[in-house]
Ligand binder design. Structure first.
Ligand code: NAD
Length: 309
């Protein structure tokens, strides 16, 4: 496993890291047994960075991750969770709510401190509130020892960049913007890095778009993007190749981020992804796939308040 320093946090994170959304059954039903096996397979392979959120599975993902990590020495994993998003349309970025939220997450995750607390999908809030109220409230929790570092997350790169220009958080998590068909994170990340923020690239499989099984029903991608990815999966299948494997190799090869968060539901997926990360990427085949996906290059979807897109 390779490791990189996550910006000014100084945390040494595995470049392939564990996304916890599937533990809340976001990608199909899962059991505690499966989740525990996936988490331990990841730890055994040297993955040390785990991300979750109260939103995932309406808190069930945090509870499952807490169970899976119980008994593992606390210095062997780096734990990130979020505040502010609690349901599809349920947001509360107030200082009081996010402060209480940290305590609730600590209880579910069965630990005394979080390495990283992140504002979840900040584009759903007013950026002036995020910068003047939410982030200062989280920053104040450092003194209590409950959180070590504070980050921001979201989909529209513009909103992340605007918020970051006022409050250069310790980390910035972007998703679905550094994968086979969308590489827009590469242009946004240098400004964040310049102010020593760690960069996290989430969803290299574009939340299932770039996989054989395809995306879940809730996926917000427009039809043209879904269709193009579906066709790319079929093309890979016909050649005896795995679109997910190639997509992950692309995301890791020249990543503009310090770590790439992949959602992993089972120990088998962890094994596939660890092997994919260790192998040399097939750059020729990847270029062919990118050509096929060119008509939907950098195609995304709106997220959050209109002024934040
Ligand atoms: P992803 O792109 O990582 O894809 C996850 C899907 O791919 C799941 O269905 C998983 O079972 C499947 N998968 C994983 N490995 C596979 C393989 N080898 N072959 C086939 N299928 C495979 O999407 P994600 O899980 O949504 O994103 C990664 C993580 O990043 C999340 O779990 C979460 O921790 C984080 N994230 C954060 C935000 C945010 O903060 N706003 C947004 C998106 C994601």
């Amino acid at each position: 496993m390779n490791y990189r320093v996550l910006g000014r946090t100084g945390l040494r994170v595995s470049t392939l890291s564990f996304g916890g959304a599937p533990l809340g059954s976001a990608y199909g039903p899962t059991t505690q047994e499966q989740s525990t096996a996936a988490v331990h397979a990841a730890l055994d392979a040297g993955i040390n960075f785990f991300d979750t959120a109260p939103y995932y599975g309406a808190t069930t993902a945090e509870t499952a991750l807490g169970h899976a990590l119980a008994g593992v020495p606390r210095d062997q994993f780096i734990l990130a969770t979020k505040v502010g998003r609690y349901g599809l349309d349920q947001f509360d970025f107030s200082a009081a709510r996010v402060t209480a939220s940290v305590d609730e997450s600590l209880a579910r995750l069965q630990c005394e401190h979080l390495d990283l607390i992140q504002v979840h999908d900040l584009e759903f809030g007013r950026l002036d509130q995020i910068v003047n109220e939410t982030l200062p409230a989280l920053d104040a929790l450092r003194a209590s020892g409950k959180v070590r570092f504070v980050g921001i997350t979201g989909l529209p790169l513009r909103a992340l960049t605007v918020a970051h220009s006022f409050w250069p958080a310790d980390t910035v998590l972007s998703y679905c913007h550094y994968c086979l068909h969308d590489t827009t994170l590469a242009a946004a990340a240098p400004a964040w890095r310049e102010r020593k923020s760690g960069v996290i690239n989430a969803s290299p499989l574009a939340m299932g778009l770039l996989s054989d099984a395809g995306p879940p029903d809730w996926h917000p991608a427009p039809a043209a993007l879904r269709d193009a990815c579906y066709a790319a999966a079929g093309f890979c299948r016909a050649q005896g190749r795995s679109l997910a494997e190639l997509a992950l190799q692309f995301a890791l090869a020249d990543s503009p981020a310090d770590t790439t968060l992949v959602g992993m539901r089972t120990a088998a997926e962890v094994a596939l992804n660890v092997a994919a990360a260790a192998a040399a990427p097939d750059r020729g085949f990847i270029a062919t796939l990118q050509q096929r996906l060119a008509p939907v290059r950098n195609r995304t979807w709106p997220s959050g308040l209109p002024e934040n897109n």
